[in-house]
Every structure is written in C-alpha cells, then in structure tokens.
Design a protein around this ligand. Structure first.
Ligand SMILES: *Cc1c(COP(=O)(O)O)cnc(C)c1O
Length: 487
C-alpha cells in the first residue's frame, strides 16, 4: 500500500480525502496564480503566445514522472493563465457560462467516487438521483403531462440527435425540417442518422415564418412524415421561434416537434420570462443545456421527452451490464438511458445546484442576464458611434460600429472581424460574432449572473477605440504612434 502523499494515491477510499485535502489547495492556488498572471478575460498574445507558454512544462508525457505536486502546480498555473475565464464579464462571446462554485465543488465529490451511469452496480445512488432529478426537470418543462421523462446528455448537440433519432424510430421515412437559424447540429444529426438534409424554412428576423413552415409541410413535403426542429434561443441572436404557431402547424400536418431550447430553456425558471416559451409544452421533445443558463461545468444537457415511453427506443441489452435476470431481480436497468456506455454523473452537480438555488434562484440569475442584455442594448442604442442590430429577446446583443454603415459590406465585415480578433489577441475581451444576411455583427452573450450594464460601458469604449484605430490609415497611425512616443 502506498503511503498517503505518494503521487499515485487514490482519490477515493478511506484515505482519499486526505490526499485530496493536500492537492486541492494546491490546485486552487494555481487558479489564483494563473488568473493573476493572465490579468483579464483572455491570455494576451494569441495562439503563438499561448503555445510558447507551454514550453515550460514539456514533455507532457515524460519517461519519468515529475510527481503530482509539481505537475499540478506547473500545468495548473499554465492552464489558468492561458484560459479565457467566463467569470470575467468581458468574456462574453459564446454560450459559455461561468460555472457556480457549488457545482464545481460537487464535481469533486462525483469525481472522487467516479460512478459510471451505465449500470446500477457502478452507481447505485447516482442512478436513483438521476431518475428523480430528470423527472422533476421534465415536469418543469411539461407541467400538464402525466408522464414526461428526460435523459442526461452532453448538451444540445446530443439532445438534437436524440430528437431526430426518436422521430426516425417512429417513422423511418421522417424528413427533418428546421428554421434557417437552427443550430448546425440539427443538419449534422440528420447526416449522422442517414436522414435527408433538413428542409430549411425561411425566417423573419431569425424566427421561423409560420407561412413558410406551412408551405414546407403542406406543399414541399406533400404530407410526407416530418419532424420539425424549432429553436428557443438561437445561437446567433437568442431569438425564439413562434412556438404556439409552430406547434399548431405541426399538429395540423401530424408532424413531430422537437424544440431546441438548449439556450433559452431555463427561462422556464423565471415567472417574468416563462411566457416567452409559451408553446414549449406542446413539443414532443426538448433540448435543455444547464451548461449555459444553469451555470454548470460542461457538460450538462438534458433531452426531455413529453411521453416517457418514447425513450424506450434507446433500450439496449448487454449481458454484463443489465442481464435479464438482474433486471427481473429488481436491479434498475439504466443502460438504455443514454447512447453512451460509461457516463459521468453529471446529474450530481446539476442536482446539488438546483437544490441549492431552487427554481426561483435559478430564474433570478437568468433574469439578471436578460436585464443586463437589455440595458447594454440601451447603451449601444444611445451611442451614436454604435449600431444596434435589434432588441434582445434573451441575453444576446448584436451591434457594430456605426462607421461600418458608411463603407462597403466587405470592408465593414473585415473591420468587425478585425475588432474582435484585436480584442482577443490583446487579452482585453472575448467578443463573439454573428453573420446575419451577409453582414458580420459583434455579439455579446450575457451569461454572467452578477455583472451589470455598468460593467460593459468600458468595453463599448474599447470597441470604439479599436474601430477608430482600424479606420485610421496606416501612415497616420504610424505618425500618431511616433507622436505618442515623443510627447
Ligand atoms: C449550445 C447550443 C447547441 C449545442 O449544444 P452543445 O451543448 O454545445 O452540444 C445547440 N443548439 C442551441 C440553440 C444551442 O444554443
């Protein structure tokens, strides 16, 4: 038996927590040291600087190990310094949330015990916890249904795949249909499942146009079986498809409806935002991501099914994991709860978090992000130097420097793209981009639950300053730089 403290000590067992008690403070120290070194939202210097920084810890696969303390200290600090930190308000490009401390702490417990969710004998309480948690979350989505159910996924991509898969299991000839602003994973799922490429329905302002959906189902598909994928919170703009109309049209044409609510779904937790998702309960299935609104470490997805029995399509038998006699003897059969086999207990941190905050606490955080988005949109709208794309429906704001309106589309697009890269390379901010109708916009996705609009006025100023510098001819830029040196 190795002494506690040896590099190969275990995380579990009677002494595991003692070794963790030594290593976790060290790990936390690297977060602090690396964060101080980075000093902001992103590492400065871009890909070259980040790659160069790694040279201090090579080789990563040495013949003789350096020991746990040294490896953790070196790589932990490098990792923290070279990461973008979504807990910095100016890290706001993507649906990339800052995880809650309670969720990360819960993950330590789950990691130490390492339950695998593919059989009850590897995860007794975790499977029970998962069953209860997903049932409660399914009821949140489908309060009026007698028996909704859900399974844990890696996120929207896997959930959308399941949405199409279950539709195909009901009818192998099913044709996918989605809006032009649907997530790319929908087309990918169709490809992976051997289904035809989705019929893409026109959008107005990034939302499915009901008349276009009517035509697609009625005329283009001419009564062929269909599964419609609508979106509640598009990735580019946070728009929500008109779900009640979409559901009505699907019913009329006997089409299945899957709603990709990976982004917007947790707005269900907010009494003031919930009505934006009206119609969601009419979907046959829903994708939810708790690693967006939900503030979980990746990954934390749910695929929610209106009717529990639809999930029976995932049933699979493997003698060593869920033999018939074990199941008959009362051991829960959990293998059919996922497409995966070995599977992390992501549900543990989700359950700890939801129990800690409650639906109300979660809803308040979603509201705060949406409020910040609305207020920042107001700041942008009031600034003559900036053009706002439109009022945010969730927590995404698109805008660009007003000067982009005065130059050609290619020049404007190049300018906006350069502004984003300049801020990223400097380590100042991580700002996103979205292309709408051939025009590139800057995108801020607000997922920081404590930030307020005041935290972003400086960023808008930085963006304007970069835009001005980019619009200055190089000769003038050089002259002004010289001026700055001599003055
Ligand atoms: C994030 C997102 C996805 C992809 O989800 P992953 O969790 O990254 O797999 C799909 N659809 C929408 C609308 C999303 O916002």
């Amino acid at each position: 038996m190795d002494a506690v403290g040896a590099p190969d000590a275990l995380a579990g067992g009677a002494a595991g927590h003692e070794r963790l008690a030594e290593l976790i403070p060290l790990a936390l120290g690297t977060l602090a040291a690396g964060g101080t070194e980075r000093d902001g939202a992103a590492p400065a210097g871009g890909p070259a600087a980040v790659a160069a920084a790694l040279s201090g810890a090579r080789p990563l696969v040495p013949a003789e190990g350096v020991g746990a303390e040294r490896a953790l200290a070196e790589l932990g600090t490098l990792f923290a310094a070279g990461s973008v930190d979504p807990a910095e308000p100016w890290c706001a490009a993507h649906l990339h949330c800052p995880p809650l401390a309670v969720a990360v702490a819960a993950d330590v417990v789950a990691g130490a015990l390492n339950p695998s969710m593919d059989s009850w004998d590897q995860a007794p309480v975790a499977t029970e916890l998962e069953r209860e948690f997903v049932t409660e979350m399914a009821r949140l989505c489908y309060p009026d249904e007698p028996a909704p159910d859900a399974v844990v996924t890696t996120g929207g991509t896997e959930s959308n795949l399941l949405g199409l898969l279950l539709a195909r299991e009901r009818n192998p000839a099913v044709r996918p249909v989605c809006g032009a602003s649907a997530h790319h994973s929908v087309a990918r799922a169709a490809w992976l499942l051997g289904l035809p490429a989705p019929v893409v329905v026109d959008c107005d302002d990034q939302r499915i146009r009901p008349a276009a959906l009517e035509t697609a189902l009625g005329t283009a598909l001419d009564g062929a079986p269909a599964v419609v994928v609508a979106t509640a919170g598009t990735t580019d703009t946070g728009e929500i498809d008109p779900l009640p109309e979409v559901a009505r049209i699907c019913r009329r044409h006997n089409a299945r409806l899957h709603v990709d609510a990976a982004y917007g779904g947790l707005a269900l937790c907010s009494p003031s935002l919930r009505s934006r998702l009206d119609g969601l309960g009419e979907a046959d299935s829903i994708a939810l991501d708790l690693h967006k609104f939900g503030w979980q470490p990746i990954s934390a997805g749910l695929f929610v099914s209106r009717v529990a029995s639809d999930l029976d399509a995932l049933t699979v038998r493997a003698e060593y994991l869920n033999s018939e006699d074990d199941t008959e003897a009362g051991l829960p059969d959990v293998l059919g709860r996922s497409l995966r086999t070995s599977r992390r207990p992501d549900v543990f941190r989700m359950a700890v978090t939801m129990r800690a905050l409650g639906v109300r606490g979660m809803g308040a955080m979603v509201e705060q992000c949406c409020r910040t988005a609305a207020e920042v949109a107001g700041l942008i709208d009031a600034d003559p130097g900036l053009t706002l794309w439109g009022s945010p429906k969730l927590s995404t704001v698109l805008f660009r420097p007003a000067v982009a309106d005065d130059i050609t589309v290619p020049a404007a697009n190049a300018l906006v793209a350069r502004i984003r890269r300049t801020l990223l390379e400097a380590g100042t901010a991580v700002v996103g981009r979205a292309t709408i109708g051939g025009r590139i916009w800057l995108k801020l996705t607000f997922l920081h639950p404590h930030a307020t609009a005041a935290d972003y006025s400086g960023l808008l100023g930085e963006i304007l300053a970069v835009a001005r510098a980019e619009m200055t001819p190089p000769a003038a830029r050089a002259a002004s730089a010289e001026g700055a040196v001599t003055s």
